[in-house]
Design a protein around this ligand. Sequence first.
Ligand SMILES: C[S@@+](CC[C@H](N)C(=O)[O-])C[C@H]1O[C@@H](n2cnc3c(N)ncnc32)[C@H](O)[C@@H]1O
Length: 285
Amino acid sequence: MRRIILGENLAALAALPAGFAQLIYIDPPFNTGHAQVRDRLRTSADRQGERIGFGGRRYRAEHLGRSGFGDSFSGYIDFLLERIEASLRCLDPRGSIFVHLDCREVHYVKVALDGLLGRKCFVNEIIWAYDYGGRPKTRWPAKHDTILWYVRNPDDYVFHYDEIDRIPYLAPALVGAEKAARGKTPTDVWWHTIVPTSGREKTGYATQKPLGILERIVRVHSDPGAVVLDFFAGSGTSGEAAARHGRGFVLIDENPEAVAIMARRLAPYSPECLGFVPAPTVGGR
Ligand SMILES: C[S@@+](CC[C@H](N)C(=O)[O-])C[C@H]1O[C@@H](n2cnc3c(N)ncnc32)[C@H](O)[C@@H]1O
């Protein structure tokens, strides 16, 4: 199953079959209080250009437009919980749900999810730590996101330990050559760069998450051939991670720009995704 759906996710979820997804990953708006926007620019070499790059070369930037989505909610927890609850019907009994947030809302969402899913179903709080951007002088710079991992059944869930990538020891000399060469498994703190600002991975979509984080989640928390559901899909990072590892995906977003980016991004893996499906419409949120 490989599908991109344009539409409001509550309506779209209701139209999906029961139990088809083994892994749900969502990265909803963080309720930052301001719109997430990004200017799309095309740069070209120009001696008269206003931008100066590597080696003093000059560039001209052409403004192609602005993309983004609103990120200010008065009833954030109700909005999110209603949609997570609706998605549970789609989740396989051995499946997992990952909810990616930052420090603004994560504590409230954790308490609400404990109530919805049961505290026994909470497994890990994964910290994605990065180091990029400004450093205010009035507080500790906030440089991490939090990903909550819940399972449907705490006694039986998919977790492919052998699929965990290994990372270097901080002090390899202390563990011996053999262990140092093998590396160690990561903890619940994942150090990973943000999406490189000028790399092939970058789609230009505001809030795009790194493929490396999603690939780790997909490999470890789903079987080959299983389906990943993301109903706040943005640029489709979870879909690309799924496709790269032989999983299916169902990606939902109400922003036509997001859907256009996903369709382009996933076309090399699944040409059929270029024809995305509109979701049924119901009343607004
Ligand atoms: C933080 S972004 C996701 C970014 C994505 N993880 C990526 O790597 O590109 C959240 C997305 O949720 C979408 N969204 C917000 N509310 C929605 C709703 N009710 N139904 C469908 N999509 C929604 C926004 O359009 C936005 O693209």
